[in-house]
Design a protein around this ligand. Structure first.
Ligand code: ZN
Length: 290
């Protein structure tokens, strides 16, 4: 598991600046400045409020995001270095995954106590390296019973993808699907438009993380049809990445829908990134793509 150490994981809220920021001057020093320099100085010592939103405290720009400077007797502004981290924080927030979940579940703190867990962690690390570092558009499918650490591994992978500039959307299948189906079959044009708008976002986001895909006891023809619409659209676009966590094992998925199964397996580097366990304690099997 040496690879872990080589990957830098940046937690969005725990970064402190080393710099002391703008030095405050006394009245005598300020009076020696030109008016333009004074404007610039007073701007730089004024306090912004970006930290209230993202918790990132930056003494350089004092949480305004901009730094003023004087060039050829004109005041100019540039982005502060903290803006990069603020944008990253925003990306984490925009996924819809809670801050707490990101903190709790990293690949670094995943405890691999048995052979299956070691195997899964290794797959997760290889996968995040392939996608985050080598920019391959592989998909990932983790299937198996709850309590096997699927959410933990997926969240850890998502963290790495976000740190590598990917934009991620989080889609919880069983909470979102019922309303999507209702909108889809509604007689009202407005509802159908809402369906199309939502489904477009899901189809077009760069990385889609689907949690609890095709929960078995509520599965219907309609939800399978929505699943096919989403998966097929993303399948035909080589730039899209889909990460799927599900209680449905690969074998079961094959029984449910060969069309879905075939597309997912092809995208998971021909089944290389399908992780599926039947008994979380001592039994796991890999289903190779066919
Ligand atoms: Zn700053």
């Amino acid at each position: 598991m040496e690879e872990i150490k080589n990957v830098e994981i940046k937690q969005p809220t725990s970064i402190e600046e080393n710099s002391n920021g703008v030095e405050e001057l006394d009245q005598a020093a300020i009076s020696k400045m030109s008016y333009v320099e004074q404007d610039s100085y007073f701007y730089n010592i004024s306090e912004g409020e970006l930290n209230l939103e993202d918790g990132i405290n930056c003494p350089i720009c004092r949480n305004k995001g901009f730094i003023s400077y004087v060039e050829n007797n004109h005041e100019k502004v540039k982005n502060c270095t903290c803006m990069k981290r603020r944008k990253l924080y925003r990306r984490f927030l925009d996924t819809g995954i809670s801050k707490d979940q990101f903190k709790r579940y990293t690949l670094e703190n995943y405890k691999a106590d048995n052979e299956i867990q070691k195997y899964c962690l290794e797959k997760a690390i290889n996968y995040s390296n392939d996608v985050a570092k080598d920019k391959k558009s592989y998909w990932l499918y983790i299937g198996g019973e709850s309590g096997t650490g699927k959410t933990h591994l997926c969240t850890g992978i998502i963290t790495r993808l976000l740190n590598s500039d990917y934009e991620v959307k989080y889609f919880v299948w069983n909470t979102e699907i019922p309303s999507l189906i209702n909108q889809r079959k509604s007689f009202y044009q407005e509802e159908q438009d809402n369906y199309r708008k939502r489904i477009k976002e899901i189809k077009e986001c760069q990385v889609l993380y689907i949690d609890d895909f095709l929960q078995l006891d509520i599965e219907t023809k309609e939800s399978l049809s929505v699943a096919y619409e989403i998966i097929n659209s993303r399948y035909t676009d080589d730039s899209k990445i889909t990460i799927i966590s599900s209680e449905v094992t690969a074998e079961k998925l094959y029984e449910l829908s060969k069309a879905l199964c075939g597309r997912i397996f092809e995208k998971t580097n021909k089944g290389n990134y399908v992780i599926t366990y039947n008994d979380p304690k001592d039994n796991y099997r890999m289903k190779k793509g066919e």
